[in-house]
Design a protein around this ligand. Structure first.
Ligand code: ARG
Length: 445
C-alpha cells in the first residue's frame, strides 16, 4: 500500500491493488527505456519554460541516463507495491534527488506518458519487424531465382490446373511481403506522431512547447488535438496490429502450402531432416512442425486486431483503465511475429525442391491449356481447340508437350523479380528510421 503517485491520506486495499495493477509490473518493463526517453524530452522542455532550473535539469538528466542504462542492460525492476513503470522511474528519481524528482510530472499525466512510451516502443518494434520481413523477402527471392526453371502444377480447387513454377511460388510470397510492407509503413507513420503534452487528454495550463518535445523525440509531427492524442490509445495499437496481421497472413498461407507440398502424396519440397521432428511411435516420421507452428502462431496473430477492437469497442472519448489491458495482447505480439519471421527465413533457406515433378504422368493434364493455345495460335478457333484437346484427354490419347513458353510480365518465363525488389526498396526508403535513431542518440548523449 505504498508508493502510489496519486496516494493521498488513505490506503488502497491489497485486493484492489492486485487487480488494478494486473500485469503492468511485468509488461511495463518493455516500456522502461522509452519512459525514460519521454521524460528526458519532457524535462528539457520544462526547463525552457521556466519550470526547472538549469542545475535541476542537469541532475535529472544524468539520473535518467543511469536509469536508461539499467533498463538497456535488463536490470530495471518495478518494485513490489509500485504500480507501473511511470511510478517506478519517478520513485527512483525522488529517492536519488529528493523534491527535484517530484517536479518532472508538471504538465504531464500518466495518460500521455503511457501514450508516448507505447509509440516509442512501437517505432523500435516495427523497425525490427521490418528488418526481419526484409530478410525473409530476400530469402524468398533468392529461392525464386534459384528454381525459376523448375515446374510444378498450379492448382485451382486443389485440382491440378496449369503449369506453375517454384520461381512463381517463392516469388509470390515475396511480392506479398512487399505489399505487407505498405501496411507496416502506414502503421509506423501513424505511430510516429507525438502525443506528449496532451496530459490527461485535455492539455495543460502550462505553456508547454510541444514542438520541442516532438523534435527531441524525432517524431514526424505531433498529434495536435489533445483530445485526439488520447483517442490514439488503442487506435494506434489496432492499426499496428492490422499491419502485423497482414504479415502473419502471408506467413500462415505459405506455411500451409509448405505442409501440403511436403506431404508424401505431393512430394514437391524436401526439408532437411534436422529441420523436421520425429514421432514417439512411428519410426519413419519427419514432420514439418516448424511450418505447422508458424501457421498456428500466425493465425493467432491475425486475431490480434479483433482482440484490441473488442477491448476498446464502444469506449467514449477520454482515458479509461480498459486501455491498460491492450498492452497484454499488443506488447508480446511483436516477439511472436518476429520469431515466426526468423524461423520462416531459416527454413525457406534450407528447403529443397523436387526438380522432376512434371516427369510424373499424373500431372500431364496441366499442359492441356498449353496445347489448346498452340492450336489457337496456329489459327484454330479457341473453342474448337478446347474441344479437340478435351476429347483427346477423355480418350487417353493426349500427349503433353512439356516445353512451355510464357513471356508476359509476372509469368513463369518473366518473373519480374527485380521489379518486385524495386517495390520493396521504394517502401523501405520511405520509413526514415534514421530520424528516430538520431533523435534518441542525441537525447542520450
Ligand atoms: N497503467 C496505466 C495504463 O496502462 C497507466 C495510465 C494510468 N492512468 C490512469 N488515469 N489511471 O493505462
Amino acid at each position: 500500500m505504498t508508493n502510489k503517485l496519486w496516494e493521498k491520506n488513505f490506503g488502497v486495499s491489497k485486493e484492489i491493488e492486485r487487480f488494478t495493477i494486473g500485469k503492468d509490473r511485468e509488461l511495463d518493463l518493455c516500456l522502461a527505456k522509452y519512459d525514460v526517453l519521454g521524460s528526458m524530452a519532457h524535462i528539457i522542455m520544462l526547463q525552457t519554460i521556466g519550470l526547472l532550473t538549469a542545475e535541476e535539469l542537469k541532475a535529472l538528466l544524468a539520473e535518467l541516463k543511469t536509469i536508461y542504462r539499467l533498463a538497456d542492460e535488463g536490470r530495471f525492476e518495478i518494485e513490489e507495491g509500485v504500480e507501473d513503470v511511470h511510478s517506478q522511474v519517478e520513485l527512483m528519481l525522488t529517492r536519488k534527488l529528493g523534491d527535484m524528482g517530484k517536479k518532472i510530472h508538471s504538465g504531464r499525466s500518466r495518460n500521455d506518458q503511457v501514450l508516448v512510451d507505447l509509440k516509442l516502443f512501437t517505432r523500435h518494434a516495427l523497425k525490427e519487424t521490418v528488418e526481419l520481413v526484409k530478410i525473409l523477402f530476400d530469402e524468398l527471392l533468392r529461392k525464386s531465382h534459384q528454381y525459376k526453371e523448375v515446374l510444378m502444377p498450379g492448382y485451382t480447387h486443389l485440382q491440378v490446373a496449369m503449369p506453375s513454377s517454384f520461381g512463381l511460388w517463392f516469388g509470390a510470397y515475396a511480392e506479398s511481403l512487399a505489399d505487407d510492407m505498405l501496411f507496416l509503413q502506414a502503421a509506423y507513420k501513424m505511430a510516429n506522431r507525438n502525443p506528449l503534452g496532451s496530459a490527461a487528454g485535455y492539455g495543460s495550463s502550462f505553456p508547454l512547447n510541444r514542438t520541442l518535445t516532438t523534435d527531441l523525440l524525432g517524431f514526424d509531427s505531433m498529434n495536435y488535438n489533445v483530445v485526439y492524442a488520447q483517442m490514439g490509445r488503442g487506435k494506434m495499437e489496432r492499426n499496428v496490429a492490422f499491419a502485423l496481421a497482414t504479415v502473419a497472413g502471408t506467413l500462415a498461407k505459405m506455411a500451409f502450402d509448405a505442409c501440403l507440398f511436403n506431404c508424401q502424396n505431393f512430394n514437391f519440397i524436401r526439408l532437411p531432416k534436422e529441420c523436421t521432428t520425429g514421432s514417439s511411435i512411428m519410426p519413419h516420421k519427419k514432420n514439418p512442425d516448424v511450418f505447422e507452428l508458424i501457421r498456428a502462431k500466425s493465425n493467432k496473430l491475425q486475431g490480434l486486431p479483433q482482440q484490441i477492437m473488442l477491448i476498446m469497442n464502444n469506449l467514449p472519448v477520454g482515458y479509461f483503465r480498459d486501455l491498460q489491458i491492450i498492452k497484454e495482447v499488443f506488447l508480446p505480439a511483436f516477439d511472436e511475429l518476429k520469431d515466426c519471421l526468423q524461423m520462416a527465413a531459416y527454413i525457406i533457406n534450407k528447403m529443397e525442391v523436387n526438380e522432376h515433378i512434371p516427369e510424373n504422368p499424373m500431372y500431364d493434364p496441366m499442359f492441356s491449356v498449353e496445347e489448346v493455345n498452340r492450336l489457337a495460335a496456329a489459327g484454330m478457333p479457341f473453342r474448337d481447340a478446347y474441344k479437340k484437346v478435351g476429347l483427346e484427354i477423355e480418350a487417353g490419347t493426349f500427349r503433353a508437350d512439356k516445353h512451355i513458353h510464357h513471356t508476359h510480365e509476372g509469368s513463369m518465363g518473366n518473373l519480374c523479380n527485380e521489379r518486385i525488389e524495386a517495390l520493396m526498396q521504394q517502401t523501405l526508403r520511405e520509413f526514415h528510421f534514421e530520424r528516430m535513431e538520431k533523435a534518441e542518440k542525441e537525447l542520450l548523449k
